[in-house]
Design a protein around this ligand. Sequence first.
Ligand SMILES: NC(=O)c1ccc[n+]([C@@H]2O[C@H](COP(=O)([O-])OP(=O)(O)OC[C@H]3O[C@@H](n4cnc5c(N)ncnc54)[C@H](OP(=O)(O)O)[C@@H]3O)[C@@H](O)[C@H]2O)c1
Length: 332
Amino acid sequence: MNSDNKKEDSMRVFVVGASGAIGTRLVPQLINRGHEVIGTSRSPDKAKGLRALGAEAVVLDALDARAVREAVRRAEPNAIVHQATALANGRFGRSLDRTFAQTNRLRTEGTDNLLAAAREAGVPRFVAQSFANYRYAREGGMVKTEDDPLDPTPLPNTVETNAAMRHLDEAATDAGGIVLRYGGFYGAANDGLIGPVRKRQFPIVGDGGGFGSFIRLDDAAAATVLALEHDGPAIYNIVDDDPAPVREWLPALATALGAKPPRHFPVWLARMFAGEANAVMSIESRAASNAKAKRELGWTLRYPSWRQGFAEAYANPSASNITRFDRARTAA
Ligand SMILES: NC(=O)c1ccc[n+]([C@@H]2O[C@H](COP(=O)([O-])OP(=O)(O)OC[C@H]3O[C@@H](n4cnc5c(N)ncnc54)[C@H](OP(=O)(O)O)[C@@H]3O)[C@@H](O)[C@H]2O)c1
């Protein structure tokens, strides 16, 4: 089963971050499945785009605890899904903690605000966005399940970012919710890797042996619909079937984007230019297994491997990567 099938028990789903990369794909899939959606954005302009998708729209800052309580109380949802991040136009430098500072607040304070509002309004279901790559302990096999330990000693300049994700994972599951550890998103016009790979700013470091998992946004949204319909608490890796080392996926991505092949940097040089964390993750990071999500959610992937997915997503971007939300906003 995938999320195209209609569901009998329709819910009112409060989507925080409905205007983002995953949110704009999640909202139509929820509606298509027979659910009502209340979508949030901080911008009245983007709220119009959400209405064009068929959602009710609320202007909301997830860091404003009182406004969150009020909005959730008024919306009377059966479920809340937390997809708020602050990564648009993010500049990835030596410090991940600097790049993720605002996202870390959304994952800590934002999660706490939403959980408090859910508790107060008696909302029984809660699903939150987390991340799978770079988080599992850098020992043993290269592909990790949800039961494998997280990195006990995160690298310098990633400590706060890891702590924020751990907080979200624990707070959401302690409250009976579901945490989705997504792989690296692709399939949108603003995919984070497009710019750096086109500009050859993303090198293969050392043997390029660090592993990563990807997920096409449409498949990530389908898994999210299924998670919303599933009882928690639980953690799921939402990744495709093809965990792979940097030395395989990065040249394939460059080819799909029509870019020159990536440069090769020795580890010492990457340490000097990109910092310890970026260098070490390029050679040691672990990827994730999706077996549990397939088994327990009944999730099937339309794009099981980035090997076909990259080529398809970037061959004709205007057809596949521009959402109805983008078109509605451009037309407005
Ligand atoms: N797993 C992954 O690989 C992963 C995860 C997340 C993002 N990304 C990447 O990061 C890039 C940017 O992501 P994006 O386009 O989704 O944009 P984004 O700037 O990260 O925003 C995501 C969503 O969070 C909302 N948001 C931000 N701050 C908020 C706040 N204080 N309160 C409530 N909502 C808030 C945004 O809404 P408004 O701005 O409308 O208020 C938007 O709906 C994309 O390339 C995306 O693929 C990757």
